[in-house]
Write a protein that binds this ligand. Structure first.
Ligand code: PLP
Length: 404
């Protein structure tokens, strides 16, 4: 791909090592892993090696990893699977207002079938207060599902603390860690996690493969019924090449994590500082420090996120406005509304998410063109007419506006 790719939260390029690990499972080792002959056993061995690699990345046991078709499926499996398995125990789940739609829409689906759902609010930085989790737990609560880091604004939640509360109250704790696995250290035991969703394509693995960690002893009902694959937890012939790719991506992520955190955070910080300093009426969204090392998300007033995206695309720069799923529709992001932004500000959101291949030169190139793009769009845009005249002269210190 030519251009500057600042959309790693949407998806990441598949690493060449990952493709190389997958290829033999298309070309030579293509047996059905359930077959008893040696060709099948060869496939099964590749899949089991991958299970160990994924487990190692999470501090889990291999038998606690259930491969799925995506992060979305893992989220659905966690919520639906526990609510079915625990229907005699209770009928209440707790989640947050800023979850990915894979969790929120699944919670709504369950709610329409009689489950009670509490959607916890977040503060202006996107943080869930663990005290709110504690207060929301009732006798009928069966599951708490709070994401590890938000895909739009990058805020990282106090997962360990929330997990400890759930453990103490004997409520299952699920976390959607699709944006953190492979990018930040995750240890399911230390963080008191019972169920965790991950997705390969968010950390340089292939698309269409994910996993759900299910702590030993936790019972879930399957979503997909059939031949009893994955110890009866997810039937269907496994996507062996994809699973092998996920395993290799997990191995590489563990190996390169420290370097990648430092590299991404340097680029992220320059993006945030540069954008806020050179674009008047812009503000950071998400937590100032407790945020993903690769996420620079901002809101620019008096301009539409979509227009910024298209102008950036014209310059060969790929970014996102809100989440990939909401861009293309003109609905303001539920995450930005939940942190208290008014609709007009939320419409001017821009998410830049960097990755291992990005350079400081690319960041500087972006910072060179972006202020001009905003200025041009504001000059053309009908919504900039709402802008007070004094604002057009520029703000001396855009940082002052960072949390308005
Ligand atoms: N959860 C979060 C936080 C995400 O960012 C995404 C992807 O955008 C998903 C779940 C869904 O993952 P997948 O694309 O593998 O279905």
């Amino acid at each position: 791909m030519k251009g500057i790719y600042f959309d790693h939260a949407a998806t990441t390029p598949t690493r060449p090592e990952v493709v190389a690990a997958m290829l033999p499972y298309y070309q030579e080792k293509w047996g059905n892993p359930s077959s008893l002959h040696s060709s099948g056993r060869e496939s099964a061995a590749g899949m089991e090696a991958a299970r160990e690699q994924v487990a190692a990345l999470l501090g889990a046991l291999p038998e606690e990893i259930v491969f799925t078709g995506s992060g979305t499926e893992a989220d659905n499996q966690a919520l639906v699977g526990t609510s079915v398995a625990r229907e005699r125990k209770g009928n209440h789940i707790i989640t947050s207002a800023i979850e990915h739609h894979a969790v929120l829409h699944t919670a709504e689906f369950l709610q329409n079938r009689g489950l009670a759902v509490t959607y916890l609010p977040v503060d202006s930085t996107g943080m869930v207060d663990p005290a709110d989790v504690r207060a929301a737990i009732t006798k009928s609560t069966i599951l708490v599902s709070i994401m590890h880091a938000n895909n739009e604004i990058g805020t990282v939640q106090p997962i360990k603390e929330i997990g400890a509360i759930c453990k103490e109250r004997e409520v299952l704790f699920h976390t959607d860690a699709v944006q953190t696995v492979g990018h930040l250290p995750v240890n399911v035991r230390e963080m008191n996690i019972d169920l965790l969703s991950l997705s390969a394509h968010k950390f340089y693995g292939p698309k269409g493969v994910g996993a759900l960690f299910v702590r030993k002893g936790v019972r879930i009902a399957p979503l997909i019924h059939g031949g009893g694959h994955e110890r009866g937890r997810r039937s269907s012939t496994e996507n062996v090449p994809g699973i092998v790719g996920l395993g290799e991506a997990a191995r590489l992520a563990a190996q390169d994590m420290q370097w990648e955190i430092t590299h991404s955070a340097q680029l992220r910080d320059r993006l945030i500082e540069g954008a806020l300093a050179h674009v008047p009426d812009s503000m950071l969204t998400g937590h100032p420090t407790q945020r993903l090392p690769n996420n620079a998300s901002i809101c620019v007033r008096y301009v539409e996120g979509e227009s910024m995206l298209l102008s950036l695309d014209f310059e060969g720069i790929f970014a996102s406005s809100g989440s990939a799923c909401t861009s293309g529709s003109l609905e303001a992001s539920h995450v930005l509304l939940a942190i208290g932004l008014p609709h007009d500000v939320a419409h001017g959101s821009l998410r830049l998410t960097v990755g291992r291949g990005n350079t400081m030169e690319e960041v500087d190139h972006f910072l060179g063109v972006f202020p001009g793009i905003v200025e041009r769009l504001r000059a053309m845009s009908p919504i900039s007419a709402e802008r007070p005249a004094s604002d057009f002269e520029g703000t001396p210190d855009a940082h002052d506006h960072a949390h308005e």
